[in-house]
Design a protein around this ligand. Structure first.
Ligand code: 13P
Ligand code: SF4
Length: 343
């Protein structure tokens, strides 16, 4: 099975070739029209990228958008596994990722060959994998889930069926607690969500006793124990609009707060702190590799580009299709979508 490749063009222009007088936003808008492109962005991208994207969403909503778009080119402002999902579901589209190095620590924590051996040791287990994994790991899985649909999908699996869950042990442990299922966990974790400090969170709650805590399920149990709400990035966004609380502590990558401020401008958001008492450690180092300059260059160079061999793509598509079939219908709360007609 051939692995995913992102070829770089030898004659590609670099950051130093960009005319400093250019208005990058204007240029990106011009190129988007010329290319018939759609820009999809995850909530963890810089605010300026979120602002010019055609659609901003969580992993599930982005997968659905990628599967449905009629645009010839998808520029994926997110991380590699998300862009791969776009290519797997929309193989006839050109899929660009502004920085080829935009990976994910969860993906890194689950090397395909080791995972294959682990699955082979447990042949009676259904393999349920979090979407934050490589195309190769998806191809070894029975069902893919995201943080938005994992609980609903696991509840559809017969009680007597053993389940192996990978790669996020914190999300897996949370799902196990929620559903009462005994999940066999792969020991992966997200470097960003593991940075939050329980001690500093308790101190912050002490300073804002009326505040509620909304947390992503990639956080360790010690953090989730303090949460009033646990959910995917879209669910967290919905929660902050609906809660009567004025102060909200946000335990996930802090770029999501950009949309929270738009959804609830009268509320105050406090990023959950790391061990040093600040949130600076919680920026995703992979997401922030994508910049306006690299987005512009990806459109000029038509690369980095996601390419996946047909056999790998078809094997990885099966569990993704199963996910889309088993997912509850899309949320009625439409995430920020400034150019809904473009896609
Ligand atoms: P969501 O699907 O909740 O947006 O999460 C994606 C992710 O990478 C969280 O770290
Ligand atoms: Fe991966 Fe964590 Fe970054 Fe999400 S926040 S993309 S799980 S490294």
């Amino acid at each position: 099975m051939q692995s995913t490749v992102i070829p770089q063009k030898a004659d590609a222009l670099g950051i130093g070739d960009i005319d400093p007088t250019l208005d990058l936003e204007d240029e990106i808008n011009r190129l988007r029209k010329e290319l018939g492109a759609v820009i999809l962005a995850h909530y963890y991208q810089d605010a300026e990228i979120q602002e010019l994207a055609d659609f901003v969403g969580d992993s599930l909503d982005l997968s659905r958008r990628a599967a449905e778009t009629k645009a010839e080119v998808i520029i994926f402002c997110g991380v590699r596994f998300m862009a791969e999902v776009a290519k797997i579901l929309s193989p006839e589209r050109i899929v660009l990722l502004p920085d080829a190095e935009a990976g994910c620590s969860l993906e890194e924590s689950c090397p395909p060959e080791a995972f294959r051996a682990f699955c082979q040791k447990h042949p009676d287990h259904l393999v349920v994998s979090y979407i934050n994994c490589s195309a190769e790991v998806k191809a070894l899985s029975d069902i893919i889930v995201t943080s938005a649909n994992a609980e609903a999908i696991i509840r559809q699996i017969p009680e007597d069926q053993s389940i192996l869950f990978a790669p996020d042990r914190h999300l897996g442990a949370y799902l196990s607690r929620k559903t009462g299922r005994d999940l066999l966990l792969w020991p992966g974790a997200c470097v960003v969500h593991e940075q939050f400090s329980e001690r500093e969170l308790i101190r912050l709650k002490g300073r804002y006793p009326e505040a509620v805590v909304s947390a992503h399920p990639e956080c360790p149990e010690a953090i989730l124990n303090h949460a009033d709400h646990i959910g995917s990035t879209s669910a967290m966004l919905k929660f902050v609009s609906e809660t009567p609380a004025h102060d909200i502590i946000v335990a996930t990558e802090p770029h999501l707060i950009h949309q929270m401020k738009k959804a609830a401008p009268d509320k105050t958001f406090h990023p959950a702190p790391g061990a040093d008492g600040t949130c600076s450690c919680a920026n995703c180092p992979f997401m922030e590799l994508n910049t306006m300059e690299k987005l512009y260059l990806s459109m000029i160079n038509m690369g980095p580009r996601i390419e996946i061999s047909d056999d790998l793509r078809l094997a990885a598509k099966k569990p993704l299709d199963r996910m889309l079939e088993m997912s509850p219908p899309a949320s009625k709360v439409t995430p920020f979508d400034p150019h809904a007609n473009v896609a």
